[in-house]
Design a protein. Structure first.
Length: 145
């Protein structure tokens, strides 16, 4: 599905944006428009999304469509369930969670491996925790070993 850039604000209210994603917040969904600058291209981005969904299924991404400027750019639009009533997890909470799902902490803060995958950038801005203590990794860098 193609979403004209003029209609991108129909997805939701603009939210926090980073170097690679602009976000749009709806009632139950976060839409992420990825500019592909850091991903190494669409295939690498989609591979990363598949790995994310495998390791962190409670925050799985879904492909929503494409947007961009006609004749100039194409950017994938991903959607993810919105985690309401949550706050950033502490690094100790993140370390404990990753250990519980079989990952070992590496020397760099927020970086973990299980022998098959390396996951990094797991820092409080990318990991949420709710009042029940459930942990949600909403953004991570992942690669196969």
């Amino acid at each position: 599905m193609w979403i004209p850039m003029d209609n991108i604000f129909d997805l939701g209210t603009p939210g926090p944006s980073g170097n690679e994603n602009d976000t749009y917040v709806a009632k139950e969904t976060i839409y992420k428009v990825n500019n592909l600058l850091n991903s190494g291209g669409i295939c690498k981005l989609l591979d990363k999304i598949l790995l994310h969904n495998l390791i962190f299924p409670n925050t799985a991404y879904r492909f929503y469509g494409f947007t961009g400027y006609d004749g100039r750019s194409v950017m994938p639009v991903l959607e993810q369930d919105r985690i309401c009533e949550a706050q950033p997890a502490t690094q100790i909470m993140i370390d404990t969670y990753m250990s519980a799902i079989g990952f070992t902490k590496e020397d760099v803060e927020g970086r973990f491996t299980n022998g098959d995958y390396v996951v990094w950038d797991l820092v409080p801005r990318n990991v949420l925790i709710d009042a029940d203590g459930d942990v949600y990794v909403v953004d991570a860098e992942i690669k196969r070993v």
